[in-house]
Design a protein around this ligand. Structure first.
Ligand code: XMP
Length: 517
């Protein structure tokens, strides 16, 4: 992999660890989460420019609490300890940490005594975000306290001879308004980074890496789904190896309206990529006939997808590699991340399975990128805005948005309603503000007035689901303008014969999930 200026983040289990990594990257410096006990040698080999110790839920004086190798503090590489990370650094270097007299959670006033280093350009009195029970009660002589709060005698420190800094509060969260400045102070002022993590460099490095990995005689296959990650992957691989990339788009009949058209226009017409569109609609419908159980739908769709993809891939001569749109949070969440113990969150979704079965070598150019970085890369590569900013769409597609059996008629109804929903959200400027928006078809015989009579026949309920979410692990329903909802509802009922009632889903996750099935 192309070497790059890196800040390592030792992850002691904080809920904010990924956020720290993103904050550093927003400063144009690559950052990577690593296990807390990573060896000093590995950090040396990586040539890291700085190290951040994250916060964490443990207490440093507890048995079994995660610790770093003390040798890390002797690398002469600048270190910033945050919360637990600061307590650990102070403890290793001779300070005392114990349970505080009063815990601090939330916004707290910080008094800056010495605006140096990490606190450069920070006013004397600021508000910071705290979340801790333990405090450093006594710093060793080799440390100097830089700031205090009412409950915390040592809220920021620096070591007198080593490049070790610590803050008890969380500069990475937006609730610490001067946090951005502090991260900048660390990255540039203390670590002396040059700030090379920019979209053009990211693209150049990815292109170089792909060219190095992929043998000149061989070809790469990429399964396009119409989503952001696979699209950006295809665009990057295409830039690296041109016509040796062959994209496969499986139309399973469970897609949104005109999805196939958009993929053809973008990848074939605009980029001139080799694209194979497989019309497998009937095949999927046949397999799904009479199936009501959502997990069974998922299983069938996953299984059928592999079968269709395999069939198509086998016809491509010299194909040795499979390009996949795995992104950094997927890597962390699937347990390959730093602590190695992160929950396998996405296992119920259709990740995994495909590569091993097919025996391809993987090409994963987005493995180190966060979603917002993937979008920037997509924009820079010239992908259309509506593709780059689209909401996530589940692999099993509309099948998990129709309660009950999947039929061609129901799919058509849902597509029509879904299209109206997205059109109206976009027109009203809401689409980009929402994490995920979709319609759900609930085939219950809801009564309607047709002309002068009451009618139940062929009528369905359509539920509109709009959620805001940062990571899709938790979500809340969007407090959207009623007038926008009114237009959506009117249009769906008037323009989609077969839907006579629209409801708005006001459930949060948890306890509900985002999808209905
Ligand atoms: P839930 O419904 O679990 O959804 O709250 C969280 C996120 O995951 C997506 N999702 C899926 N994605 N295959 C996928 O590729 C699936 O089977 C699947 N089920 C849910 C969902 O759209 C949301 O973004």
């Amino acid at each position: 992999m192309t070497p790059r200026e890196t800040i390592a983040i030792l992850d002691f289990g904080s809920q904010y660890s990924q956020l720290i990594a993103r904050r550093v990257r927003e400063n144009h410096v690559y950052s990577e989460l690593l296990p807390p006990d990573v060896s000093p040698q590995r950090l040396r080999d990586m040539g890291v420019k700085g190290i951040i110790f994250s916060g964490g839920p443990a207490s440093v004086y507890e048995e079994g609490a995660p610790r770093c190798d003390p040798g890390v503090l002797e690398l002469s590489v600048p270190i910033l300890g945050i919360c637990y990370g600061m307590q650990l650094a102070c403890q290793i270097l001779g300070g005392d940490v114990s349970a505080g007299h009063s815990r601090e959670y939330g916004r707290v006033r910080l008094h800056v005594d010495r605006p140096l280093g990490i606190l450069s350009h920070v006013p004397e009195q600021i508000s910071v975000w705290m979340s801790h029970g333990d405090v450093v009660t006594e710093v060793a002589d080799c440390f100097e306290s830089l700031a205090t709060t009412d409950a915390c005698p040592v809220a920021a420190v620096r070591h007198k001879s080593l490049p070790v800094w610590g803050v008890q509060f969380h500069p990475e969260v937006t609730h610490t308004p001067n946090g951005e400045q502090m991260i900048r102070n660390f990255v540039y002022g203390i670590c002396g980074c040059a700030g090379e993590w920019r979209v053009e460099n990211v693209i150049d490095a990815a292109v170089t890496d792909i060219r190095t990995q992929v043998n000149e005689q061989e070809r790469v296959i990429c399964g396009l789904s119409g989503g952001v990650d696979s699209s950006v992957t295809a665009a990057l691989v295409h830039r690296a190896i041109g016509d040796r990339l062959v994209c496969i788009f499986v139309d399973n009949g469970l897609l949104r309206r005109r999805e196939d058209e958009m993929v053809e226009v973008t990848f074939h017409d605009h980029f001139g990529m080799q694209l194979r569109v497989v019309d497998a609609q009937q095949r999927f419908l046949d397999q799904l006939a009479g199936v009501i159980d959502p997990q069974e739908k998922r299983r069938i769709i996953g299984h059928e997808f592999i079968a269709v993809f395999k069939q198509e891939a086998q016809q491509i001569e010299g194909a040795h590699y499979l390009a996949q749109g795995t992104i950094y949070p997927d890597v962390i969440e699937s347990g390959h991340g730093p602590a190695g113990k992160a929950a396998v969150i996405k296992s119920h979704h259709n990740v995994g399975g495909l590569p091993e079965e097919l025996g391809f070598e993987l090409v994963e150019p987005l493995r180190q990128l966060f979603k917002d970085e993937v979008r920037l890369v997509g924009e820079a590569l010239g992908l259309p805005e509506n593709l780059v900013w689209r909401h996530p769409f589940p692999g099993p597609g509309l099948a998990v948005r129709i309660a009950g059996e999947i039929t061609a008629e129901r799919l058509e109804l849902l597509r029509a309603a879904d299209e109206i929903l997205l059109e109206e959200l976009t027109a009203a400027g809401w689409y980009r503000k929402i994490a995920q928006a979709f319609a759900v078809l609930v085939p219950v015989a809801s009564v309607g007035v047709m002309g002068d009579g009451r009618s139940y026949e062929g009528q369905n309920l359509c539920v509109v689901r709009l959620v805001e979410s940062r990571d899709f692990m938790t979500a809340d329903w969007v407090r959207i303008d009623y007038n926008v909802l009114a237009t959506i509802s009117n249009r769906i009922i008037n323009e989609v014969p077969g839907i006579n009632r629209v409801a708005y889903d006001v459930s949060s996750k948890p306890p509900s999930t985002i999808e209905w099935q």
